[in-house]
Ligand binder design. Structure first.
Ligand code: PRP
Length: 248
């Protein structure tokens, strides 16, 4: 290694350590990292509001000020819980790695993920279906490879694989309903909640693969090491679910 690159390496290490030191010195971060009993990963987007409503019924409330901020790590009013707001697909990642002790995430995401997490509770929120859909009145061509566009490549491959249907999976990140209309795919595998997106894009359900609801997931180590706090959250959410069922 040349002297120049060694010096550059030392300079970078120095800046990194200085930055890390300033993080560790920050009383704010220390406060946020050490106080709450549990860190819970919440999915940003459509499930977030339902999850927060259920948590509120379970006695865990996040102030509107915290929610209105752009902070991605916020605490509940009691300071017992820290919530990290992440993309739905990242919830199992944070929980499996123990960065979050618990998380709220859809069964669809869990089926697609390979994360090794515990699933103690069906929260019965954000109920939807994972379906195969195609253009309404599309002619059924049984010959050759079928092209399937989806955000769920594993679920789609398992579904068609189990039926012995040869498919090419085309992985997309969103707006999957466009694919058949634009000729990218013969059909899609996607979530349906109200059915509006399918209908508005000229698609009909061919078959339902499975149902999905929001689940509470727990990191394996936290389940043992923070048993009391985890049990308290599960029991509060369970009671909130039961009182919701009784009212319905
Ligand atoms: C989901 C799903 C459908 C839509 C279904 O997408 O992938 O596109 O919601 O909802 P509906 O049946 O109520 O119309 P999302 O809103 O998460 O956006 P995305 O397509 O960008 O992933």
């Amino acid at each position: 290694m040349s002297d120049e690159s060694r010096q550059e390496g030392e300079r970078l290490r120095g800046s990194y350590n200085a930055a890390a030191g300033s993080v560790h010195d920050s009383s704010l971060i220390t406060h946020h990292l050490s106080l709450p009993a549990l860190t819970v990963a919440l999915p940003k987007g459509r499930m977030q509001d339902e999850a927060l409503t259920l948590l509120k019924r379970a006695g865990v409330e996040v102030s509107s000020g915290e929610l209105a901020s752009r902070r991605l790590a916020i605490e509940d009013a009691s300071g017992r819980y820290r919530f990290v707001l992440v993309k739905p697909a990242d919830v199992p990642v944070y929980v499996e790695h123990g960065i979050a002790d618990c998380g709220v995430v859809g069964r669809d995401v869990l089926l697609e993920s390979e994360a090794d997490v515990l699933q103690p509770l069906d929260l019965q929120i954000s109920r939807c279906r994972i379906v195969v859909a195609a253009l309404t009145n599309a002619s059924q061509d049984d010959h050759g490879m079928m092209h399937v566009a989806t955000k769920y490549p594993r679920i789609a491959a398992t579904h068609f694989g189990a039926r012995g249907v040869p498919v090419e999976i085309i992985e997309l990140s969103g707006s999957v309903e466009l694919a058949p209309m634009l000729g990218l795919a013969d059909c899609i595998v996607d979530l349906v909640e109200t059915g509006r997106t399918l209908a508005d894009n000229g698609l009909s359900i061919v078959e339902t693969i499975t149902e999905s609801t929001g689940r509470l997931v727990v990191n394996r180590a936290s389940y043992q090491l923070k048993a009391e706090a985890v049990a308290e959250l599960i029991s509060a959410l369970g009671a909130a679910l039961e009182s919701g069922t009784r009212k319905a």
